[in-house]
Ligand binder design. Structure first.
Ligand code: PMP
Length: 399
């Protein structure tokens, strides 16, 4: 499916970077008769369209010339103040100066790679891990090592062993409702992981775009809040709680790390769009984000429930799946030896799509896993899609 076009000018580092497999799959699922659980899209019915329209009109009317001008690399101060106040509510002390606004949290990953990963250095990921991070870090030509993800977070013994043997420069993780698995780290595992990290030389990068989308259970503090500010970076994003198209995210880092990241961001794009930062800040000042998030949580919680019930009803017993307490994804594991790539071919014929799990592994394993999104399809489509998938599973497992 991937393109084989290349050019003699291609830098050698590109050999280590694969085009996003998910983008390729999304092309196959453009057919409107396919029920797609493949994408990672927030539900567009929940975009705060009118409120953002009003915020945009106010910004252009009241502060138009500043909004259309270049601005500082660090980002719009009222937006950074809002983010710092949001951390304070969760009991995490963050100063607005510790925050760098980024063009989506994806840019944060790119900047971290450029600043803190040298060619050949070890980078530790969860197994499975977020594909966008694998792709961003791959440009730096690191050596990846992984720690297996269990139902309640990383395998702590394996984490201790890998920190010791590979001495990774960075450990990147998504402790809340992980993309792709939907797994959330327990309070105990957070404390144990923080303790291990404290005794290591490894920089912890905590990516948390889904943390606010909890629809059951209780929240845990960020792992990064248990670590000194110069040994961790915490990433956040407005993509899943307001709008991904605005491309506004942030990172939190102590001064020793931040200086480098600001320099890298200057080189990348000078600053994130002044206009969208100001529209977002206006939107946040004039509206109650919590009541908006409550609607998203309720909808996604309902979608997840419908999907889990349908899987419990229709899936063969030897097919396992996670039961996430938030976020947008769940993770299906087929019996050992099965190939979700082969299942994918059957599923497309049956007009239902998912993402095969192998690309989320950097070690060639995970061939029997797959990612399913529940945020984007409606209730009837979720039922029908799971039923189609169950039919494919039955014929695949019988073959
Ligand atoms: N990190 C994770 C774990 C994600 O799932 C995503 C979105 N797919 C991102 C980062 C990128 O999000 P943003 O829109 O903020 O760049």
């Amino acid at each position: 499916m991937t393109t084989s076009h290349t050019t003699p000018w291609a830098a050698s580092r590109l050999a280590a970077v694969r085009p996003s497999f998910i983008r390729e799959i999304l092309k196959v699922t453009e057919d409107p008769t396919v029920i797609s659980f493949a994408g990672g899209l927030p539900n567009p019915d929940l975009f705060p369209l009118q409120a953002i329209e009003e915020a945009a009109a106010r910004v252009l009317r009241d502060e138009g010339t500043q909004a259309l001008q270049y601005s500082t690399t660090e980002g719009f101060l009222p937006l950074r103040e809002w983010i710092a106040a949001r951390y304070a509510r969760r009991g995490v002390t963050v100063h607005p100066d510790d925050i760098l606004i980024t063009t989506g949290s994806q840019q944060g990953l790119d900047l971290i790679g450029k600043c803190f990963i040298d060619t050949g250095e070890a980078v530790m990921l969860e197994r499975p891990g977020y594909l966008g991070a694998i792709q961003a870090f791959a440009f730096m030509e690191p050596r990846f090592c992984t720690v297996p993800l269990e139902d309640d977070g990383p395998d702590i013994d394996a984490m201790a062993a890998t920190l010791g043997s590979d001495a990774p420069t960075v450990f990147y993780a998504v402790p809340n409702f992980q993309n792709p698995s939907g797994v959330t780290w327990s309070g105990e595992k957070r404390a144990a992981a923080a303790k291990l990290l404290e005794g290591s030389q490894t920089l912890f990068v905590e990516d948390d775009p889904y943390g606010e989308l909890r629809f059951s259970g209780t929240s845990h503090p960020p792992v990064g809040s248990m670590l000194a500010p110069d040994r961790r970076i915490m990433l956040g994003s407005f993509s899943k709680v307001a709008s991904p198209g605005m491309r506004v995210g942030w990172l939190v880092a102590g001064p020793a790390l931040r200086g480098h990241l600001v320099t890298a961001k200057q080189a990348a794009d000078l600053h994130t769009s002044t206009l969208t930062q100001r529209i977002l800040a206006r939107f946040l000042a004039d509206n109650d984000l919590d009541s908006h998030i409550a609607k998203i949580r309720e909808a996604y919680g309902h979608h997840a429930k419908v999907m889990i019930q349908a899987m419990e009803q229709y899936f063969p017993d030897d097919v396992k799946f996670t039961r996430p307490e938030g976020g947008m994804f769940l993770w299906v594991t087929l019996p050992q030896g099965c190939s979700s790539m082969d299942l994918f071919e059957k599923a497309i014929e049956a007009k239902v799509a998912f993402v095969p799990g192998a690309p989320f592994y950097v070690d060639g394993s995970g061939g029997n896993t797959l990612r399913v999104n529940f945020s984007n399809a409606n209730e009837a489509m979720i039922e029908e899609g799971v039923r189609r998938l169950a039919g494919c599973l039955e014929s695949y497992l019988a073959a």
